[in-house]
Design a binder for this molecule. Structure first.
Ligand code: ZN
Length: 262
């Protein structure tokens, strides 16, 4: 069981599905929402129906988003994100499923048609009525100018970050696409996820049952480690480029930043 074996499997694979969780983005300096000091521990959860019903809940929700925004806005993709982009460039990566809302896969140059965001995207706000989208920077600027819960400029509907909130239904279409990708891949590469949040955590199981190889790269154990063909516990920015056969010197030279490690 080693990186060399995983690297060999990745070289042989023709249809890889990548799956990422918070662990890949903590290496870009984005805190895990579920960590003891994360947003969820420090703030009251505003459920989706509360957001829709009450102005004061919308104000609280946007206050929390404003607080977390600079960290997300300034984060840059790390060597782990870039390794997935490289696998796509080689034609190996068929789908990139992510639980993250930070848009770092897009920022790493990955074709957005490959990306399936299970929990939405926090870099844009969407109108709950007409669907019109506004960059998050603009929405936050309006809050700073005094609109405490901004509304859609087109139809006056409720503007909300385009993420899936507690109590909000995950779009069935996104989930169905992920399911299809998992069923038809030959290698499922789960990275930086503790694989405990359902239905996302079921996807590697789906892939494995359909005959794919399963590689799990995460700092801590997951409930399905026993099912995996290979489990690696290491820094993602170090281990993933090695698995993907990406030259680290090229990564550092081309990206112009140093990944922030925990
Ligand atoms: Zn609207």
């Amino acid at each position: 069981m080693s990186i060399a074996l995983g690297r060999q499997w990745i070289e042989q694979a023709t249809g890889i599905v990548g799956f990422t969780g918070a662990g890949i983005s903590t290496e870009s300096g984005i805190p895990d929402f579920r960590s003891p000091n994360g947003v969820w521990a420090r703030n009251r959860t505003v459920y989706f129906d509360e957001f829709v019903r009450n102005e004061h809940d919308r104000i609280e929700y946007w206050r929390q988003k404003s607080e977390g925004w600079p960290g997300m806005r300034d984060a840059r993709p790390n060597a782990g994100h870039l390794a997935f982009t490289e696998l796509a460039r080689r034609g190996k990566l068929k789908a990139m499923i992510t639980q993250n809302i930070d848009g770092l896969h897009q920022a790493s140059g990955l074709d957005s048609t490959l990306i399936h965001e299970l929990h939405g995207n926090g870099t844009v706000a969407g109108c709950l009525s007409c669907g019109d989208r506004t960059p998050m920077d603009e929405a936050i600027e309006r809050i700073q100018q005094g609109e405490r819960a901004p509304r859609c400029r087109r139809c006056d509907g409720l503007l909300k970050p385009a993420t899936i909130s507690f109590g909000q239904t995950m779009p069935m279409e996104v989930l169905a696409n992920c399911q299809r990708a998992a069923e038809s891949c030959d290698l499922f590469l789960a990275v930086g996820s503790s694989l405990v949040v359902y239905p996302a955590a079921a996807l590697p199981v789906v892939a494995k049952r359909a005959g794919a190889r399963l590689i799990i790269l995460n700092r801590t154990a997951t409930p399905i480690d026993e099912l995996a063909d290979l489990v690696i516990r290491d820094e993602i920015g170090k281990a993933l480029p090695a698995l993907a056969g990406v030259e680290t010197s090229k990564q550092a030279g081309g990206s112009g930043y140093d990944p922030v490690l925990e």
